[in-house]
Ligand binder design. Structure first.
Ligand SMILES: *[C@@H]1O[C@H](CO)[C@@H](O)[C@H](O)[C@H]1NC(C)=O
Ligand SMILES: *[C@@H]1O[C@H](CO)[C@@H](O)[C@H](O)[C@H]1NC(C)=O
Ligand SMILES: *[C@@H]1O[C@H](CO)[C@@H](O)[C@H](O)[C@H]1NC(C)=O
Ligand SMILES: *[C@@H]1O[C@H](CO)[C@@H](O)[C@H](O)[C@H]1NC(C)=O
Ligand SMILES: *[C@@H]1O[C@H](CO)[C@@H](O)[C@H](O)[C@H]1NC(C)=O
Ligand SMILES: *[C@@H]1O[C@H](CO)[C@@H](O)[C@H](O)[C@H]1NC(C)=O
Ligand SMILES: *[C@@H]1O[C@H](CO)[C@@H](O)[C@H](O)[C@H]1NC(C)=O
Ligand SMILES: *[C@@H]1O[C@H](CO)[C@@H](O)[C@H](O)[C@H]1NC(C)=O
Ligand SMILES: *[C@@H]1O[C@H](CO)[C@@H](O)[C@H](O)[C@H]1NC(C)=O
Ligand SMILES: *[C@@H]1O[C@H](CO)[C@@H](O)[C@H](O)[C@H]1NC(C)=O
Ligand SMILES: *[C@@H]1O[C@H](CO)[C@@H](O)[C@H](O)[C@H]1NC(C)=O
Ligand SMILES: CC(=O)N[C@H]1CO[C@H](CO)[C@@H](O)[C@@H]1O
Length: 428
């Protein structure tokens, strides 16, 4: 009773994050949007401060109502514990002041990249009910960037960091400012029923609008995703282990991308046990591809690097339906400081035990796959079974399986070398 009275008092005094007790024994904060499209970031921060950490044995709630919340400043809400976040409306980022974001976006922990929102903790659920929306209003960024790669301090939409035993579901992401989300320093995270559409309204190039990336992450599941963008759909990068991507559809970008990896000179990184299955690829560049930096270090991250080592192994890609994609699958070890070419035979990063099966549909040319592996560390044991693709322009069966430095193939024979450098930095 006393607690209730106190809460009522706080409410009457105008706090926008007044906690009320809930059924799970914890407290609930309903976030009241700032009026007239003013910045709601402060009330959001207050709600996470008040309700972000449940007491042991309880669960707290943070409720975004069915309305639009403008966000015009960075959010850093980490260290959460046992909290259910409900998004009934839209979070809409205001980019009228690009300089604010360039000066204040938060480090996301890799490649000198930065973000608009760092969120993390243990036992989080983030529920969007199929309509809760993150609108990054990214056109302002797409126009400003005008195709420049990894523009310094351009903010990612969301960074899920230091997160364990958590679920994100039923969410819509529109026009992310840059990468849509990164799952980093995290494990046991399920992300399902997620729709990402980073199409520009003005036709500006949408580079670096990845759907999701994983870095230093273990046991992450992506289920029932749709991504329509201008870059990698879902991209497990450095130290990504036990990753499952299934029942998903990707449109127009590059497809599923493992890497780029090996960017840090003399540094060990790995990708292990990735499974991608029941995937539909609509006019993407690849069904899936793997890319590593060369063995020659040039420039610094995000756009430069190279010289790293390690391996990617036990990678399974099965049941892919391809609709007018360029190639079913590709490996390139040519990632290079932007604009540079060559050194494709220098990477010390090894790729082995890759299992592809059941690829059907249409591709745009005669080349099913290009495996441009590094002579300094040849790929080994690449299996490709049950490929039934046809050429979308003339209905013939594509015949070419191009290889460089591949040891042991199963289910196919290499037909010749790559017909040119497959450089991951090449524009789509
Ligand atoms: C949100 O409100 C709109 C009308 O403004 C309604 O159509 C929609 O169903 C509501 N969504 C939810 C999740 O309640
Ligand atoms: C962003 O905020 C500015 C004021 O800071 C306002 O003029 C502008 O209309 C807002 N833009 C959007 C898209 O809400
Ligand atoms: C960030 O960039 C600087 C150069 O500006 C470079 O020295 C540093 O290694 C980079 N850090 C990371 C983590 O990539
Ligand atoms: C992997 O994460 C899921 C939650 O997405 C969890 O249920 C499962 O127990 C985890 N597996 C291991 C081996 O920890
Ligand atoms: C993405 O949005 C564009 C523009 O509204 C639309 O044309 C396209 O169909 C959408 N993609 C998907 C997969 O829904
Ligand atoms: C990446 O994984 C390797 C091997 O487990 C480990 O040695 C390295 O410290 C990890 N890197 C980071 C930054 O966690
Ligand atoms: C490999 O990842 C899958 C999820 O795709 C998981 O079920 C399996 O347990 C993992 N294997 C090992 C050895 O961790
Ligand atoms: C494959 O994924 C689609 C969604 O893209 C889903 O509708 C379908 O049920 C999945 N198939 C199986 C066998 O799980
Ligand atoms: C290799 O991948 C398969 C298929 O996803 C999985 O069942 C197995 O556990 C993985 N093994 C290791 C050692 O990760
Ligand atoms: C079909 O198109 C491919 C290129 O897309 C070409 O290499 C091949 O020769 C063509 N075949 C016929 C019979 O026209
Ligand atoms: C690969 O070539 C060998 C030797 O010519 C042949 O025996 C084998 O059947 C071929 N494999 C495939 C999958 O075409
Ligand atoms: C189909 C779809 O979700 N299209 C959306 C793409 O993004 C623009 C810009 O945010 C939205 O207006 C569309 O509704």
């Amino acid at each position: 009773m006393l607690l209730l009275l106190c809460c009522l008092l706080v409410f009457l005094l105008g706090s926008h994050a007044s906690p009320a007790s809930n059924q799970a024994g914890g407290v609930t904060c309903v976030v009241k949007a700032a009026s007239n499209g003013r910045d709601s970031a402060k009330v959001i921060r207050d709600a996470f401060k008040t309700c972000g950490k449940a007491k042991s044995g309880q669960r707290n709630r943070i409720v975004f109502e069915n309305t639009t919340y403008t966000i015009a400043s960075v959010l850093d809400t980490t260290g959460l514990k046992d909290v259910d976040i409900e998004l009934h409306g839209t979070l809409s980022w205001n980019n009228s002041n690009l300089n604010y974001w360039l000066e204040n976006s938060l480090p996301m922990g890799y490649q000198n990249q930065s973000t608009a929102w760092r969120l993390g903790g243990d036992g989080i659920t983030f529920q969007g009910y199929g309509s809760g929306t993150f609108n990054g209003n990214g056109d302002a960024w797409y126009r400003f960037i005008n195709g420049r790669s990894n523009y310094p301090r351009r903010p990612h939409q969301l960074t899920i960091t230091g997160t364990t035993n958590s679920v994100f579901e039923g969410l819509i992401f529109l026009q992310s400012q840059m990468w849509t989300m990164t799952v980093i320093h995290s494990s046991n995270v399920l992300l399902q029923d997620i729709y990402v559409n980073n199409t520009s309204k003005t036709g500006a190039p949408t580079v670096n609008t990845d759907g999701a990336d994983t870095i230093y992450a273990n046991n992450i599941t992506f289920r029932r995703w749709t991504v329509d963008n201008g870059d990698d759909a879902i991209s497990p990068k450095a130290n990504s282990t036990n990753i499952l991507i299934e029942d998903s559809a990707f449109y127009r970008g590059s497809g599923i991308a493992l890497g780029s990896i090996g960017q840090y000179d003399d540094t060990f990184e790995t990708i292990q046990n990735v499974t991608c299955r029941n995937i539909t690829s609509h006019r993407t560049k690849y069904g899936a591809y793997i890319k590593t930096w060369t063995g020659v270090n040039k420039g610094y991250p995000p756009n430069g690097g190279g010289g790293g080592y390690g391996y990617a192994s036990n990678l399974t890609f099965e049941d892919f339906k391809l609709i007018d994609v360029q190639k079913a699958f590709s490996i390139t070890q040519c990632t290079n400081f932007e604009g540079n070419q060559g050194d494709c035979d220098t990477s010390k990063f090894n790729i082995h035990d890759v299992y592809l099966s059941d690829f059907s549909g249409t591709i745009r040319g005669d080349v099913v796959t290009t495996l441009q592996c590094s002579a300094a560390s040849p790929c080994r044991n690449i299996q490709l079974l049950d490929v039934a693709v046809i050429n979308s322009s003339n209905n013939t069966t594509p015949r070419q399986y191009q290889c460089d430095s591949v040891k042991r193939t199963v289910g196919f024979n290499c037909t010749g070398p790559p017909d040119g450098e497959d450089n991951a930095f090449k524009k789509l």
